[in-house]
Design a protein around this ligand. Structure first.
Ligand code: IPM
Ligand code: MG
Length: 357
């Protein structure tokens, strides 16, 4: 099969890790007899520098015309003082919205080989955990009305959260369907003791739960969830939550796996076109030094093959290659933990993965 993939390398370590994933995709294509055509587009700080805006129209059009999108990371100190609507991060929200990617799947799985990198005690980690966070991605406070106004104490800034029944239902359905293919458990996380949007969220989730009698459903307040993730992560299978809660909890979930450098994500909408990206940021402090861990981006590319192109064997091949590299003890600096391994760089890690493919 032939597929057109838009590459949004972005800033910081973005170019290195995307190049690594492209090498892995090319090797996979060769092995399985496919053809992937890659077209790079600008996004984030590099787009501000080259085109004066973080999300040029050409980038949006290019992504819309592609079969899927692979993204590195955006942002860096150079652009931190830009006004809110000109920041690199705005481009990320813009492209998610333009592509209609309302679902963000963030798997947080403990690799047995990386157990020692997890900050959790052995008795908590047990046999390991495998959590799928289903985060709503194009609504909520990220996209609500915002601005400045005069308030009780003078000038104030405000952001608002709104969720429609339609938005809650469609993300909830993704969570239940995902759970049906996994361990059939869904925990919906909200702040229904305080927020009106959360109360509507909870009501709709309860209605949906009735349609999935095989799924064991429960609600959890977000503060409790933050605690439960480190107290007993094994209780979770699928977590479904709003845009902002999902942002926060997915970083926490990634850290307990040992490294944020390992976690992939898929952003999906109503079509097979998705956007795939590591959940970590652009790590400007190590950019261009061949120190980045490319695994999250490589695994994101595997998710693309699985979710956008339906190429499950190919995705398995990439994931298995990563497993074997870790089993053999190869580590980038972020996942050395107390393994005693000497850290290898981004390029060397890529070579190891290609070797296993
Ligand atoms: C993420 C990031 C983004 C988000 C930022 C960079 C806008 O933290 O993908 O988790 O908050 O969604
Ligand atoms: Mg985040």
């Amino acid at each position: 099969m032939e597929y057109n993939i838009a590459l949004l390398k972005g800033d910081g370590i973005g170019p290195e890790i995307v190049d690594s994933a492209v090498a892995v995709l090319e090797k996979t294509a060769e092995k399985f007899g496919h053809k992937f055509n890659f077209t790079p587009y600008l996004i984030g700080g590099c787009a501000i520098d080259a085109a004066g805006e973080p999300l040029p129209k050409e980038t949006v059009d290019g992504c819309l015309a592609s079969d899927s999108v692979l993204l590195g990371a955006v942002g860096g100190p150079k652009w931190d003082d830009m006004p809110g609507d000109k920041r690199p991060e705005k481009a990320l929200l813009g492209i998610r919205s333009a592509l209609g990617l309302f679902t963000n799947l963030r798997p947080a799985k403990l690799y047995p080989a990386l157990r020692s990198a997890s900050p959790l005690k052995d008795e908590i980690v047990g046999e390991g955990f495998d959590i799928m966070i289903v985060r709503e991605l194009t609504g909520g406070i990220y996209f609500g009305e915002r601005g400045y106004r005069q308030g009780k104490f003078g000038e104030e800034a405000f952001d608002t959260e709104a969720y429609s029944i339609t938005e809650i239902k469609r993300i909830g359905r993704v969570a239940f369907e995902t759970a049906m293919k996994r361990n059939k458990r869904v925990v919906s996380i909200d702040k229904a003791n305080v927020l009106e949007t959360s109360r509507l969220w909870r009501k709709i989730m309860h209605e949906l739960a009735k349609e999935y009698p095989d799924v064991q459903y429960s609600d959890m307040l977000v503060d409790n969830a933050a605690m439960q993730l480190v107290r007993d992560p094994r209780q979770f299978d699928v977590i479904v939550t709003s845009n902002m809660f999902g942002d926060i909890l997915s970083d926490e979930a990634s850290q307990i796996t040992g490294s944020i450098g390992m976690l992939a994500s898929a952003s999906l909408g109503d079509t097979t076109r998705g956007m795939y990206e590591p959940i970590h940021g652009s790590a400007p402090d190590i950019a261009g030094q061949d120190k980045a861990n490319p695994i999250a981006t490589v695994l994101s590319a595997a998710m693309m093959l699985r979710y956008s192109f339906g190429l499950a064997d190919e995705a398995d091949a990439i994931e298995n290659a990563v497993d074997r590299v870790l089993e053999k003890g190869f580590r980038t600096a972020d996942i050395v933990g107390d393994s005693g391994a000497a850290a290898i760089g981004c390029a060397a890690m890529t070579e190891k993965i290609l070797g296993e493919l």
